[in-house]
Design a protein around this ligand. Structure first.
Ligand SMILES: Cc1cc2nc3c(=O)[nH]c(=O)nc-3n(C[C@H](O)[C@H](O)[C@H](O)COP(=O)(O)O)c2cc1C
Length: 219
């Protein structure tokens, strides 16, 4: 499965089968996490047993309580941690999709029960539930391309593809509060329009744009 197919097929999944992730896939996930931690100055941790990470009333209500495993998204709290968490975390989410797994970013979770190791100068930003879904989720309602993008330089194919991939990105409570602008000098400007966990959302959106457009994005 290539990255575009993974972007198209990924949806948040909140109801999971009890099956644990097989040992060979756990190894692949751990290797990927190691790689992303090194690239992004992060300390993501895979917890094979999610235990009572999702015992909050809201999680039970939404169904997330059934997630067998979880990723604790920890990293050096140096000013742009949330964007790095979003960008590298979404690389991991799409990799999991390619392995046939399902995921859900979750800002609502039990910070004590997740059992993350948070070193000096680090912060636990968010969690990602992971496992085999009872279903594969469904496409979210989406804004239009014109609502989230503008251009001073026409609409080249690469830009259009980047924006389309960005619209498929998960954002907290599906806010899609971002703007992507192609400037006259052909650079791309991303604007965070606020809302819940907006910098994590923006990091996720930047990775989707990068994967869709084939153009490297700065964090
Ligand atoms: C930063 C972030 C935090 C989120 N937190 C939660 C959460 O606490 N609980 C939950 O059920 N879903 C959560 N979600 C999932 C969003 O509701 C979901 O991504 C959005 O509705 C779009 O749907 P999709 O992911 O299926 O495309 C979160 C997503 C993001 C990106």
């Amino acid at each position: 499965m290539d990255i575009i197919q993974a972007i198209n097929e990924r949806h948040s999944v909140r109801n999971y089968l009890a099956n644990r992730i097989e040992a060979d896939k756990v190894e692949l996930l751990k290797k990927k996490i190691e790689e992303l931690n090194a690239a992004g100055n992060l300390n993501f941790q895979f917890k094979e047993d999610a235990g009572k990470t999702y015992n909050k009333l809201m999680n039970k209500f939404m169904g997330l309580g059934s997630a067998p495993s979880v990723i604790a998204c920890v990293g050096k709290d140096d000013g742009n941690l949330d964007q790095r968490v979003g960008y590298y975390g979404e690389k991991l989410v799409l990799y999991a999709q390619q392995l046939g797994l399902n995921t859900c970013w979750a800002g609502t979770f039990n910070r004590e029960n997740i059992g993350a190791e948070v070193g000096p100068g680090e912060r636990l930003a968010i969690s990602i539930a992971i496992g085999y879904g009872k279903d594969s989720g469904k496409p979210h309602r989406s804004k239009d391309i014109s609502q989230v993008s503008e251009s001073e330089k026409g609409r080249p194919d690469w830009f259009e593809k980047g924006v389309q991939a960005a619209l498929l990105a998960p954002t907290a409570i599906n806010q899609q509060k971002f703007k992507i602008k192609l400037k006259a000098d052909e650079t791309v400007e991303f604007t965070d329009l606020g809302g819940v966990l907006s910098q994590i959302n923006l990091g996720i959106v930047k990775y989707h744009f990068e994967a869709g457009s084939g153009r490297k994005v700065e964090l």
